[in-house]
Design a protein around this ligand. Sequence first.
Ligand code: AMP
Ligand code: FES
Ligand code: ZN
Length: 310
Amino acid sequence: MRCVRCGSEGARYALSFARAAFCRECYVSRFERKLRSTVLKYGMHRVMRRTLVAVSGGKDSVALLAGLKRAFGDLDLTALYIDLGIPNYSERSEEVVRRVCERLGVPLMVHELKSSEGVSIPELAVGRFRRKPCAVCGTVKRHVLNRIAVENGFDTVATGHNLDDTVEVLFELYRRGLLEEAARLRPVLLGNGANLANRVKPLFEMTDEEDLYYVDALELEHVDSWCPLVRGSRMVSRKQLVLEIESKIPGFRHTLLKAHVKRVLPLLDAAVPRVETRPCKSCGQPTTSDVCAYCRTVTGLKARAPGPGG
Ligand code: AMP
Ligand code: FES
Ligand code: ZN
């Protein structure tokens, strides 16, 4: 295969949706150019004065950290790894994140759930959450990311959510008519300058494949297995389903994402009433009810958990 950019033989990164293949150097520069243009297009750079980059060790967040660092030399970046307490997986991921941050020269903060919150994800994935650990895990991660950002003076949290993640969730939200949630699925969510940090998703327009090729091209280490708790989840089957549709309708994912951003979001902005938030009575983070989802989950489960020796 020839590289579509420089014409050299031995192009190893073929993007089927773009009908193009690239050599290593051209792929890296294509990815970084695209990342830069996404960040500028959605105005992310305007809110990224001090950015906390959430890095799980997976291909997406490793690509995110490397891409931001390489494409924007002047950004003030700090990585955050949340140790969820998942046996083997969390330890292995933390080691990967430590090495990646060291190689990229980005400072790293590690937040251990068990010692700081008193519970780990496996301990929370019980009762009504037994079958959906990812739901409780998502609530905990959102809370912790925001709290650490606010407490440490970061204005923005960047996550590695990419196009495939967004399309998978959109698929589900549209299917169930959850429009308020669909209205929040966007590349930039502004905070309130007080207890809610801005959130940005610089990989919003990148596919799983593009992120994977980038870390491969830069020879960056990453964790290439799913979290063990996610096995058998609907999310995995939905992602596979979206890829099957894409194989029959090339461009399906890009069209859906573009339609959402350009056509649906402006209508939702006008139609969906803005929800007022107030500080959670327990932790002070913004919520729509008296006590936030995180406090209800964590405090409720901690209360029911058997005490020492129980
Ligand atoms: P996930 O919720 O696993 O789909 O991950 C989405 C994004 O959340 C990742 O790309 C990261 O930016 C962030 N993230 C997930 N898990 C962690 C973690 N353990 N520590 C820090 N950030 C995380
Ligand atoms: Fe959240 Fe596995 S990383 S359930
Ligand atoms: Zn709370």
